[in-house]
Structure formats: C-alpha cells, structure tokens
Design a protein around this ligand. Structure first.
Ligand code: HEM
Length: 508
C-alpha cells in the first residue's frame, strides 16, 4: 500500500498494529469503495449487541430470578436510573433484531452470500437463531402476565417439533426441585436466566467466527468494481496498489467509521428508550412498571401475544395444526440457512448481479412479503385462529413473486448482457453520479471549508449545552428520561464530529 499522509491517530494505531497485528487480523483496513454506511450494516448490529451485553450486566445486578417480577419492579421504581436502564435494554433488543433483519436483507440483495461467503451466511443464520432465542429468554424474565403467558405458550408449541427436537427442549426445561424459589414463581425462570447468559456467550463466540471469516474475505465489492466477486480482497494486490477505489483507507478511517456506527446506534437507542419508556409510566412522583404480575388464573383469560419478531412463526400455529406448523417453520429455517447453496446448485445463478439471479430474488422476495403479511395478520388476530387460508396466502405470495419478479428480471437481463453488468446502474440511469465516484469525491476532498468549520463549532456548542443541561438534572427518578434524551442527542452530535474527523483523516 502506498504511504499516505497520516494523522497522529493513524500513527498510534500503526504502532499498535506493528506490535499486535490487531488491524492485520481483526480489524483490517477497508478499501476506499467501502466508505459508505451501507457497507457497515453489520457494525450497527455489533454495536447493538455490545450495548445489550453492557446494559444486561447492569440489570443483572438487581435481578433476582427467585423473585423476578418484584425485582424488576424494584429496579424500575426504586433504583436511580433503573427505569431508563430497563427501557434501554428492552428497546436495545428490538434495535438489534431490527438491524439484524436489515443487515441480512442487504446481504441477500447484493448477493453477499455467494461464493466464497456461503459460510458467512450460514454462520449469520446461526447468529439470527441465537439472537431470537436470546430475545425469547429475555422476554420471559420480567415474569409479567403477557410475557410469561407467551413464554409458556411458546414452550408448549415446541413440544410439537419433529425429529426429536421436542425432547431437546424437554431436557433443557426439566427441573429438579430447586430450593429458594419464592412461592408461586415458576422455577423455570431461574433456568431461563442462566440460559440468557449462556446464549449471550454463544452469540459472542459465533460472532467471533463471523468476524474472523469476514476479515479473511473482506467486504463484497460493489458490482461495478469487480467482474468476479468470488475473488477475495487479497487477490487484488495490483488494484490495492494502483486503483484509487481499491486502495486501502487509512486506519483512522476504518476506526472512525466503526465509532460512528456505534455512536449512531447508541444514540438512536437512547432517544427511542427515553421518548417511549418501555412499559413504564411516570405518575406524579412515582415511576411504575405498567405490566401486571403473572398469575395462572389471569393467564387463562389472557390471549398469548408473542413479541413482534415471533409473530411470523406464531402465524403458522394459528393457521394449521401444531405439528404441520412446526414442519413449515423448520422448512423456512432450512431454506434460509441453505440459501447460498440453493442459489448456486439449484438455481445455478452464475453472476452476482441481482438481475442475473432471478430465481433467488423471487424466492427472497416471497420470504420478505410473507414475513410482513404473517406478522401483521398474527398481530391483528390476538387469541384467534386464522385457519388454513393463512398458509394458502403465504403460498400465493411465493407464487406471485415468482410470477412477477422472475419474468421481470429475466426481461432486464438482456440489457445487462448488452452493455455489461455496469450498464444496469439505476443511479446512472436516473442521472445520479456513480456512487463510487461520489465516494471518491468525498474521500479526496478535505472538508475544511468555512461551512464545515462553522458546523463543527455549532456542534461543539450544542454538545456543551446538552452536557451542561445533563449536569443540572438532579432527580434521577423523574428526570431520567430527559437525561436519556440529552445523552442520545449528544451521541448523535458526537458521531457527526467523528465523521468529520474521519474525513480529515484521509489526509489529502
Ligand atoms: C448478531 C448478529 C450479526 C452481527 C453482529 C453481524 C456482524 C457483521 C459484521 C460486523 C460484518 C462486517 C461487514 C458489515 O459491517 O456489514 C458482517 C458481514 C456479513 N454478515 Fe453479518 N452479522 C450478524 C448476523 C448476520 C446474519 C443473520 C447474516 C445472514 C444470514 C449475516 C451475513 C453476513 C454476510 C454475508 C456478511 C458479508 C457481507 C459482505 O461481504 O458484504 N450476518 N456481519
């Protein structure tokens, strides 16, 4: 790599890299074309996972599995900043699942699952499964009426899993007589609390593998930049030396983008959690958990409502018999896990361009449509069966997407083949500059204009203002959500400053 003008941070990181190989192995520099936030969506998921680990550990200091509801209420009503912490962890889980879906959808659309990244995708699906399991376990822990009713319903449905999977669940939930459980509290809560830690640790381990493989492959290059995207970034020493788009970014930039994605994720979670406290009401001088405690008599009259990310699975059980629903769910999972191999060996798509992958795009679109339809349908029919019409509509969604997406893409293929793959650049066709050129323009211009300088000053002023405001808030019960809002705004402002600094770090 050509030597660039480097900032002091670059020099510090280089020093560290020389001695530890930190950047060569775990966080190597990205090529210039990756200087766009959509190339870093996984980093947003990573940020939300770390956020969950940190807030979860703080909540665990107060949580008592033998008395789950009372300890959760105590955290919310009696611990300074406790309600904010609870809201942050709960919204943080939603953020992680949402960002994971976005990351997965993007990788499907750009074909990042294709050779040689199939295992990346498979490991990713494992992460998705573990994340949903973690959310399931976490949802049960407050032991409120809605959450525990949904939890036990979920467990009941698992007993219909074929291929001996139901035995696995039964073995994991089989309980010896545990001493010390408060009377009336289901002893399974204690077990689920331990699993919540174990599954969290599993996510961390599998994530390590995901990132390790990612460092080997590098990010999937944009369509217009690589003829054959099965090659790895290490296969391009020539390009890395000579092509300005392929040249590696300075370390400061890679580091800076990661910090920006982290600050944006944390900021967004802080803002949402403070604007919409999670199942918490502030009533006069008291802060209260609004969910009632679980009680078997009330549970019998409560329709089980899973959290939004499980609605699409629950839909199958509302539609057909539990054993058929389990089979459909497993088939969904299997197709998702094996998607890269279906693309390669069943559909035999040869090119990564979305237009050249018509069958995969149709299948994926069918998944996305039925995910949305199932979720909404299950949400608006609490406690009611849907009947076989549900899965029939799902089938129709897949059929329709094959009837619409497949022929449309086949039609467009002619144009791509005529002018080469780059000819189907929607941005270009609509008159926008090629995003890569934009990238280069951004990366090569040093943002030291007067406007930028003024905006930096303005941002610093705002940070000073919000920080001063935070210091004046002394009531850590009634003011906690205001504090959270200010902290969220602060993080967004800070992310802007880091972005500006990162641009400067290019050193041109
Ligand atoms: C806990 C959940 C996950 C985390 C924290 C995570 C994190 C990451 C990170 C940090 C990257 C590097 C590039 C980027 O920032 O986008 C990445 C890449 C990737 N991830 Fe994930 N991921 C997760 C789940 C998934 C899932 C569910 C899938 C798909 C089923 C997936 C498939 C991939 C693929 C194919 C790449 C390579 C992207 C490319 O080459 O353009 N990941 N992931």
């Amino acid at each position: 790599m050509e030597q660039e003008e480097r900032t002091w941070l670059d020099k510090v990181l280089q020093w560290l890299d020389d001695r530890t190989g930190l950047y060569g192995h775990t966080l190597r520099q990205a090529p210039r074309y990756a200087y766009r936030l959509d190339f870093w969506l996984g980093s947003f998921v990573l940020a939300s996972f770390l956020f969950e680990v940190f807030t979860g550990m703080l909540i665990a200091l107060y949580y008592v599995p033998a008395d789950p509801y009372a300890s959760t209420s105590y955290l919310i009503s009696n611990v300074p900043l406790g309600a904010l912490l609870f809201s942050l962890h709960s919204w943080g889980a939603y953020a992680m699942i949402f960002l994971l879906i976005v990351h997965m959808t993007r990788n499907f659309l750009v074909g990042a699952y294709r050779k040689p990244r199939e295992i990346m995708w498979v490991v990713g699906t494992l992460l998705a499964g573990l994340t949903l399991t973690e959310a399931y376990l976490g949802y049960s822990l407050p032991y409120n009426l809605i959450s525990w009713t949904a939890t036990t319903t979920g467990l009941n449905l698992f007993t219909y899993m074929p291929f001996g999977l139901s035995n696995l669940i039964a073995a994991m939930t089989l309980l010896p007589q545990l001493p010390g459980i408060a009377s009336g509290v289901d002893p399974l809560v204690d077990r689920f609390f331990i699993f919540h830690w174990i599954v969290g640790a599993l996510i961390a381990m599998v994530l390590g593998l995901h990132l390790y493989i990612f460092e080997k492959h590098g990010i999937t290059p944009p369509l217009s930049k690589a003829k054959d995207r099965s090659e790895l970034i290490d296969d391009y020493p020539e390009k890395l030396r000579n092509d300005p788009n392929w040249k590696l970014q300075p370390l400061t930039r890679t580091f800076g983008i990661i910090v920006v994605t982290f600050l944006m994720t944390f900021g967004a979670i802080f803002l949402i959690s403070s604007a919409f406290p999670f199942q918490i009401a502030i009533d006069g001088a008291t802060v209260k958990y609004i969910m009632p405690e679980y009680n078997p008599a009330l549970a019998a009259q409560t329709p089980p409502i899973p959290d939004w990310y499980f609605l699409f699975i629950y839909f199958f059980y509302k539609s057909v018999s539990p054993s058929n629903a389990s089979m459909i769910f497993l088939a969904w999972g299997a197709v998702t896990v094996l998607f890269p191999f279906i693309d390669q060996y069943v559909f035999r798509h040869k090119s990564p361009h979305p237009v050249m992958r018509p069958a995969s795009m149709a299948l994926g679109t069918g998944f996305i449509i039925s995910f949305i339809v199932n979720s909404v349908w299950a949400y608006v029919t609490p406690g009611r069966d849907i009947g076989p019409i549900g899965v029939e509509v799902d089938g129709a969604a897949f059929l329709a997407s094959f009837l619409v997406v497949f022929p449309t893409l086949r039609l467009l293929q002619g144009r791509v083949q005529e002018g080469g793959e780059d000819s189907f650049n929607l941005g270009k066709r609509l008159g926008f500059a090629n995003s890569l050129q934009q990238t280069q323009e951004i990366s090569l211009s040093r943002p030291v204009s007067l406007t930028v300088d003024l905006s930096i000053l303005f941002t610093l002023g705002l940070i000073a203002y919000t920080s001063a405001k935070m210091l004046t808030l002394t009531n850590l019960f009634l003011d906690q959500f205001q504090l959270g809002l200010l902290a969220g705004i602060n993080m967004f402002l800070l992310s802007y400053l880091v972005l500006i600094y990162t641009l400067k770090g290019d050193g041109k």
